[in-house]
Design a protein around this ligand. Sequence first.
Ligand SMILES: CSCCC(=O)C(=O)COP(=O)(O)O
Ligand SMILES: [Zn+2]
Length: 207
Amino acid sequence: MNSQWNELAAIKRELAARDWFPGTSGNLSIKVSEDPLTCLVTVSGKDKYKETESDFVLVDEDGRPLTDQGKPSAETVIHLEVYKKTDAGCSLHVHTLDNNVISELYGEKGSITFRNVELIKALDIWEEDGEFTIPIVENWADLPKLGKAISEKIKPDTKAVLIRNHGITVWGRNAFEAKRHLEACEFLFSYQLKLLHAKAANLKEVL
Ligand SMILES: CSCCC(=O)C(=O)COP(=O)(O)O
Ligand SMILES: [Zn+2]
């Protein structure tokens, strides 16, 4: 479990450096065993910019704590749904301004699709006319309901789900891949928002 702890701590440090944990938001997990399913998940309500010896707690497949670092993330159920539905080894959830605004702009549509942007290759889309879609679910306060809503949106090629006006949950087979996927998604959100602004301001007319 030591190596998974260190890997998750390193990711947490890197995401903190990007300022992706405002107001104690966000939670991270890494799978420790497949059968039975166990994972290390961030302790609920902590300042994720700080590093302590009780940042993570081991949980079982029902989210019950198996070690005594504290209360597992309130959103542990989402991480567990991801592990149960995919081959993920690491799951990351962050609230950023860009992912919140995108989730609201495209919330009614139920998804956002990116094409013709080089960085979709970081999400393993290499075809000439490839596209990458992120489903968007409502932000149900009932967390098991939210977990189920996310689980229902996960298809074989899904790598991330947006929760409306809340944040993103993104995963990968390992921590490196999960972080690459998260960085790519956040790049795409920022790109899309800048593109929408440029179009609204008719910037092409100026050129
Ligand atoms: C302070 S943000 C509200 C809770 C949330 O959405 C989140 O990501 C953090 O919850 P946790 O229990 O994992 O600290
Ligand atoms: Zn959250």
